[in-house]
Design a protein around this ligand. Sequence first.
Ligand code: AMP
Ligand code: ZN
Length: 484
Amino acid sequence: MYLYNSASHKKEAFVPNHPELVKMYTCGPTVYHFAHIGNLRSYIMEDVLEKYLRYVGYNVKRVMNITDVGHLSSDADTGEDKMLKGAKREHKSVMEIAQYYTDAFFADCRKLNIKRPDVVEPATNCIDEYIKIITKLLDTGYAYRSGGNVYFDTSRLPRYYIFNDHNEEDLAVGVREGVEEDTNKRNRNDFVLWFTKSKFEDQALKWDSPWGVGYPGWHIECSGISMKHLGEDLDIHCGGVDNMFPHHTNEIAQSESYLGHKWVNYWVHVAHLNTADGKMSKSKGEFLTVTLLEEKGYDPIAYRFFCLQSHYRKNLVFSWENLDNAQKAFDKLIARIAGLRPDDGAVDEAALAANREKFIKQMDNDINTPNGVTVLYDVLKAKTNDATKRAMLADVDSVLSLDLLRKADALREKNARAAATQSAAFTVIAEDGTPDEAIEAQLRARAEAKKAKNFAEADRIRDALKAQGIELTDIPNGAKWKRV
Ligand code: AMP
Ligand code: ZN
């Protein structure tokens, strides 16, 4: 399998550090508001990556943090605390807000068939881990104390920028709007590991530390949580592209300085979902959520389908029209699958294995989900029986998670119920008092043909019955017949 590694800027063969277990870490949500569907694009693609690794036989341990303290979500000791803002907006405590939006996040994930990672860890649970790392960074001279806070000294690193080759000025300025220069820093890119002096007067959560009562900086959370659950090395670290700088850059700086060796082998970044007029943002007031999609009548899984139709490294433009097209294509796909008969013969195991190889060939190429989706259409056209086609779809869907067979079966049952109700309402009367199943079936088929405006077929049935000596008369909602 080949994965694009943002750290090397190329696709690389994927080889895990430990053949028996792939260690995967995902930057989790900031829980001061609902996730927008852009955030969820990242989680959908990371979910596919995890499921694909399992599909090709790896054991995976996946860990995700929950950023449950607002001040952890920015480098700046300025601006506003997002959690506190959420708490004030909703007249709740910071921890109530965190719990509410964590639950809302996982509810959205369930609707999108995003599996819950093996370990989900709130940032506030791991203060001891952060203190341990910061203590060693101070002891080894990678960190310094200034103005009551502890900072990481980026000048100690021979190479600080891992993902970008732009010049330093470009990167440092304007990364996050409203970031004021912090005069306690020795170097512009230095970042806070521990705050004791904050401009936030009403900081809700504080902890004791060797440097005074305060709270951790933004980036230390992911280093501490991943090391607690996954140890000193990681195979895959993922997040959205906006996480590359400064978040992931700083995670690498502090983790590798602490460990004394390489920390992550593959950095996987998901490109953004944007609207036609720009970036999606939670702080802009009204924003796109899964609930809003549902309110407008869309199936959340159609949104998942929409995401899978694009490669994760390409920006994706969201519009209602684009989602409409995805929903229609998805409905059509489900209707075609519903046409497959489940009991149509035995599964052709060789064909199933060949289809699996075909899917793997596409997905091995940096998780090419658009081509993975094409495999579904190839299955429908394949020269094999319906049972094999269904087995192929189920196999591929264990990665794509589009609920294909479940939705198709539900549709088939719905159609069958509708047909049964219709045909039950159609009365057949044998005028001589002796019902005949075969004739009755023909009369029902004729009624169906008429309903479908297939008058040629309706006439053909009438003529065929006439040839058997059957005369029929239409009555309201039915037909009567007799032998002549
Ligand atoms: P946040 O809750 O803001 O920390 O973001 C959660 C995840 O969503 C992170 O991995 C971000 O990089 C990612 N993300 C943020 N905005 C977008 C977007 N418009 N499209 C895709 N992913 C995004
Ligand atoms: Zn992170």
